[in-house]
Design a protein around this ligand. Structure first.
Ligand code: NDP
Ligand code: 8X3
Length: 271
């Protein structure tokens, strides 16, 4: 479904997981820059509401610093479904078809159990979303970027890629995949003007913990209790910063944490 209100020849930004958290904030931030937006996620009604807000199609005048008026195309998409991803890309309306920025943001953690008790279905869902979904979207959009010699793949990784913690087992390993895949893409793309960035946030308050704890809102709220976490807007700011640097500059990896988060030492179990 396409909502059009802008005719500016501007960047086209494809954001996965745009129905919540970082993805929605990234969409708002790029809309403020006048980009054309492709918003993808499974919850279509959330995308509709965001599209209404960004295009100004919704109720009332804009009070958001000029975002209303953006050109937005929304796609109900499960990134785990490779055929659906390919179809969504093939069926982009002409004014959205030359994607210049892909934000591979869809993903998350399911569960926090140790490996020996974790649910294998949760593991599979994390691999399918954080790894395979990201691969599907990248593979579908990269040929166009290379052909046009212009583009930027921005992957949302995590501090969990490089810092182990109990219960992170498969989630952290998925994000380690994202980190290495991002670097390997840079190797493949040398000679083209396509950029690749892996953004690795730490503790950030979104629906992330609600999803991780399968709807347990008390447990999710406790994660952010007594600390000022990163916000979705902080991450959006970093994404936009990387995307708007001069085109000869590539941020390979950007790690962010709230000031009130740091590292623990090695754990030693003594008898
Ligand atoms: P949210 O749970 O708030 O948002 C996750 C988004 O991913 C939603 O829009 C959801 O949309 C989408 N999504 C999940 N599965 C799929 C799927 N199969 N197909 C399409 N879209 C999907 O979490 P965040 O915004 O925090 O997370 C965004 C990214 O940031 C994730 O990759 C996460 O791992 C990462 N991250 C988060 C951190 C945090 O502390 N919050 C820190 C570091 C990294 P829908 O359900 O509608 O499909
Ligand atoms: C989300 C951050 O520390 O919960 O990727 O893994 S953490």
């Amino acid at each position: 479904m396409t909502h059009s209100a802008s005719t500016e020849p501007t960047p086209v930004v494809f954001i996965t997981g745009a129905s919540a958290g970082f993805g929605a904030a990234i969409a708002r931030r790029f809309a403020g820059l006048g980009a054309r937006l492709i918003l993808a996620a499974r919850r279509h009604e959330r995308l509709e509401a965001l599209a209404d807000e960004l295009t100004g199609r919704g109720a009332g005048p804009s009070s958001d610093g000029g975002r209303a008026g953006a050109a937005v195309h929304i796609v109900r998409l499960d990134v785990r479904d490779r055929a659906a991803v390919d179809r969504a890309v093939a069926e982009l309306p002409p004014e959205f078809s030359e994607v210049s920025v892909l934000v591979n943001n869809a993903g998350g953690a399911i569960g926090l159990s140790p490996a020996h008790t974790a649910d294998p279905d949760d593991w599979e869902q994390m691999v399918d979303t954080n790894i395979k979904g990201l691969l599907h979207c990248t593979r579908a959009l990269l040929p166009g970027m290379v052909a046009r010699d212009r583009g930027h793949v921005i992957n949302i990784g995590s501090v969990a890629a490089g810092t182990p913690y109990p219960g992170s087992n498969v989630y952290g390993a998925c994000k380690a995949f994202v980190a290495q895949f991002s670097l390997n893409l840079r190797a493949d793309l040398l000679g083209s003007r396509v950029r690749v960035t892996d953004i690795e946030p730490g503790l950030a308050e979104t629906e992330f913990s609600l999803v991780r704890f399968k709807g347990d809102s008390d447990r999710a709220a406790a994660v952010y209790q007594g600390v000022k976490p990163l916000s979705a807007e902080d991450i959006a700011e970093s994404v936009v910063w990387c995307a708007t640097l001069p085109e000869h500059v590539n941020v390979n990896r950007l790690e962010l944490m709230p000031v009130m988060q740091a590292f623990a030492g090695f754990a030693v179990k003594r008898s």
